[in-house]
Design a protein around this ligand. Sequence first.
Ligand code: UFG
Length: 332
Amino acid sequence: MNILVTGGLGFIGSHTVVSLYERGHQAVIIDDYSNASKEVLEKLETLIQSKIPFIEGNVTDSKLVENIFKNHQIDGVLHFAAFKAVGESVEKPIMYYENNLNATLTVAKLALEHKVKKFVFSSSCTVYGDQPSPFHEEMDLLPATNPYGATKQMSEQILKDISFAHPEFKVTLLRYFNPIGAHDSGLIGESPLGVPNNLMPYILDVALGKRPHLNVYGSDYPTLDGSGVRDYIHVMDLAEAHVAALEKSLKPVNIYNVGTGQGSSVLEVVKAFETMNDVKIPLNITARRPGDIAVSFADPAKIKNELGYQTKRDLNQMVKDAWNFAKRSNHA
Ligand code: UFG
């Protein structure tokens, strides 16, 4: 299949492009470099040993996206392109609603007009809100606590409604848990601009000596060691879920959690990182971060039963691959 990958130079998008080629598919990438560096395309082409058609621009530009559908035979869309910083979304709600919702509307509308039958959307476990884990797909969604989460819920609804009206337009909503790690080549990985918001990029900065310590947000959660628990998933496992969804999903609307089903605390992630990589991560145990929940992990049964998909890589592999990428890209 020839797949349009929006946001294909970002962390999850770029790894998914590798998975597509590994499974014999091809990609056309559109990305506006808003959270990706220019070198990623070159690195992807080195990894897959082939040129990848690339369009620079924002997916809310309907003329630009229309031309992509006109100029390429597209069999499916993987729609990653979106803003994703929770705190920033609280400060700049208009920017988040405008970009993320228009992106979904524009790409879905043009995909439908060009008779594309498969559309996979990057959703998030954040849509479940603060309720007890494991999260499963049939749970009611609680109101989002920030505009970022709201754009994920609204985009899910938009896509469900489109598929309801046009059942030939098969929509898959993938609710990601916490992707970390990197491709084992160390060529691509996660390198956010500025101070990292998320746990693993922050750990990597500390390991590289760019920051003195990791702030651990909360030591009084009702968890094993008091720190927050998340379902960390290797980004290559997450990438492979997209390919499974494209190859196998057949109902008009398919909703799947993509996680391992295993929760790990912040302190457990740090321990695994230190042990696997022989690097010390100094800690500063501090107050809870506003908006965080105590525990979040997936019930991964549905995607296994319906698509035969299962994660393969454990936490040790995730922390090892993350460090391998950080060292290579920072020449540490
Ligand atoms: N954490 C720290 N110190 C840090 C960063 C994080 O202790 O410097 C803790 C958090 O408190 C949390 C865990 O590490 O317990 C994971 O935090 P992340 O920020 O890595 O990820 P979240 O679980 O907060 O994920 C949220 C949303 C996702 C969204 C993601 C993107 O739930 O939907 O942020 O920013 F995609």
